[in-house]
Design a binder for this molecule. Sequence first.
Ligand SMILES: [Zn+2]
Length: 406
Amino acid sequence: MKGGANLPLVSSYNRNLVLDTVRSYGVLSRVELAAMTGLTGATMSRIVRVLLDDGLLMETGKGESTGGKPRTLLRIDPTGRYAVGVQVSAASTTVVVTDLVGAVVRRQVLRQGSQREPATVIAATGASVEKVLASADVPRERVAGVGVAFPGLVDADTGTVLAQGGVPGWAGVPLADPLVRGLGLPVLVDNDATAAAIGERWVGSAATASSFGVVFVSDGIGSGLFLDGRPYRGAANQAGELAHVVVHPGGLGCFCGKRGCLNGYTAPHAVVLAARAHQEGHAGCALDLPPGSSSVRQDYDRLARAYAAGVSCALRLLDASAEALSVAMSNLVEMLDLELVVLAGGGFGRMERLHLDAVQAAVGARAEQATTRVLLSPIASDAAAVGAAALVLHREFGARMLGLMS
Ligand SMILES: [Zn+2]
């Protein structure tokens, strides 16, 4: 746990450090908080008073006495603030409202249909946020802001899409500004995998981990990194482009121009494409994928069933998918000394366990990496939407040296 600083200059840092410590550990007394943060008892009492008055902390009974009077226990007041999280994907937009601990209090999914032009999607998103906020019945003044998770490269500082991922036509589109004007709330935009990583930090399995990686899988595959207690975006907002990590030198050609990228072996859309190509070239293939258009999700589900039934080309494709991911993640853990790897996004569906086991085996193969945990996300398919809400909570309440280090 980081130490607090007993200086007036850093009072907002101290406030967030106390909040972050309570959030990470659930329930703590003032004495425990002072010991964990290095703040004096008097400073701690003053900060806790402000947080109680502001509705961010609440008292929750008495703890065991260690000789003196019983200690009053503190925890986060979930109703103290709310945040809106939006996940944009090719087919749909998911909007959630979460409370201060990231629990979803309202959720709505908008199907885009053929209306996928950015201006239309942004307008529909704004209307949906208003509607979900109204139905959640939360006080507007307690809504800290709106976070948007986008499946492509994003300039998190300006809220502009730099390059489209799975949704065409968005390169260069300012996403945050029109939403700010329409909603009158702060809006943050980030890559969906980075948002998922921040979501894991706030409500998932990474509450206390200082360095971890999230493998985020929807139709495509990406990763979000959290290093030394903060999200890591890289020099040009391109960190964590897991799809284009080479796992087979000289292997399959990739649209990015390289060969052997993870994308070609493990992204669900690529696995489905390979399965369809195999089926077309082999008259006796038992995959049974239906002719004509079908969603990646449906086809991937069919492949999972074929895998369970022991169909040989499904075994070959999905075992190769898991092996490729295990190579990429083992290298990533080796490079970055991660204490935790989380598989999130729900894109692997029933093949989640296969990929988890492969990554666990590869990461655990070297004794020095054996302490690295590999887990499935408890937030599952809402990871990016909840992560988008967590972007707002993290910006507002995350423990970092505001103005001094950021
Ligand atoms: Zn590539």
